[in-house]
Design a protein around this ligand. Structure first.
Ligand code: ZN
Length: 42
């Protein structure tokens, strides 16, 4: 995992804790990747 992705995942986790809807994440927690890169898995 690259640092940019790791940072984005951490930020999404933080935003979700603050009330952001899970659908608004740009990263996928279960797959540890960008949502755009794993849409087929969902
Ligand atoms: Zn995914």
């Amino acid at each position: 995992m690259d640092a940019k992705l790791a940072a984005a995942i951490a930020k999404d986790d933080e935003l979700e804790d603050c009330g952001m809807h899970g659908d608004d994440r740009v990263t996928c927690w279960p797959h540890q990747c960008w949502v755009a890169d794993c849409e087929d898995l969902h």
